[in-house]
Ligand binder design. Structure first.
Ligand code: ZN
Length: 242
């Protein structure tokens, strides 16, 4: 029986001369492998619809724990803005890799909506730098290392917060040395954690504030997740070049 699923192609791997194995993130089944028979051939009608970062409805023969078979694709949104820009493609590449890793660790169905909402906002032209950091903050929960930004972890104080240690706040009285995280950065992390991505209508932060948040997240991911993504390196280099 053919099943219709909503999904986004995270990556593809060549299979033989003319076929592709598609790593599809679906709303219904999580991340599944799809066999696209003959789709690598330019003459195949599904050729253009089986490229990386395609967002659509996929008609498949679903097979649990095996490769499903792709039959047909209907585009939902061509994500034209994203596909036309090298910078944005690099963001897509990084977010696809990251999402693949996060989903492997948690299998939570909320991840799909978070991911797709972020991609669609990015395609609408909202700041990819901030959207990426927002998604990174929200993913921490699924990696088991959510930031705890309500009050000092030791004494419960909500005032005179000076830094974040191991993902939790520390106040002036309980501070025993170490690096400081600015109150602006803490405030932005809190906002990123709470904001409903679908409801964002304006993003307007100073570059230095965005960079401070990004730096914090980079280090936090490095220290606590053990994830290493080549696409992140590429994105960082690209940012430095331009
Ligand atoms: Zn304290």
């Amino acid at each position: 029986m053919i099943t219709k699923v909503e999904g986004f192609i995270l990556s593809t791997v060549n299979y033989g001369e003319s076929s592709l194995v598609i790593n599809l993130f679906t709303k219904e089944y999580g991340i599944i492998g799809l066999m696209g028979k003959g789709v690598k051939s330019l003459k195949n009608k599904l050729h253009a619809l089986t490229q990386r970062y395609t967002y659509g409805f996929f008609y498949i023969f679903y097979k649990e724990n095996k490769l499903s078979i792709l039959k047909e694709v209907d585009l939902i949104n061509p994500l034209r803005h994203l596909h036309e820009d090298l910078f944005l493609i690099s963001y897509l590449s990084y977010l696809s890799d990251l999402t693949n890793q996060v989903f492997k660790q948690s299998n939570d169905s909320e991840i799909y909506d978070l991911f797709m909402t972020t991609i669609l906002k990015m395609n609408e032209g909202y700041d990819p730098y901030v959207l990426t950091n927002i998604l990174e903050v929200k993913y921490l929960k699924y990696l088991g290392i959510e930031l705890r930004l309500d009050c000092c972890e030791e004494c419960g104080s909500k005032t005179n917060i000076v830094t974040i240690v191991d993902g939790g706040l520390v106040c002036q009285n309980c501070f025993r040395g170490g690096s400081i995280v600015s109150s602006k950065t803490i405030q932005m992390l809190r906002l990123y954690n709470l904001v409903d991505i679908a409801k964002i209508t304006k993003i307007n932060f100073a570059l230095k504030d965005k960079e401070a948040v990004n730096l914090f997240l980079e280090k936090y991911y490095q220290d606590y997740t053990g994830l290493y993504l080549k696409s992140k390196d590429f994105l960082t280099k690209l940012k430095e070049t331009f």
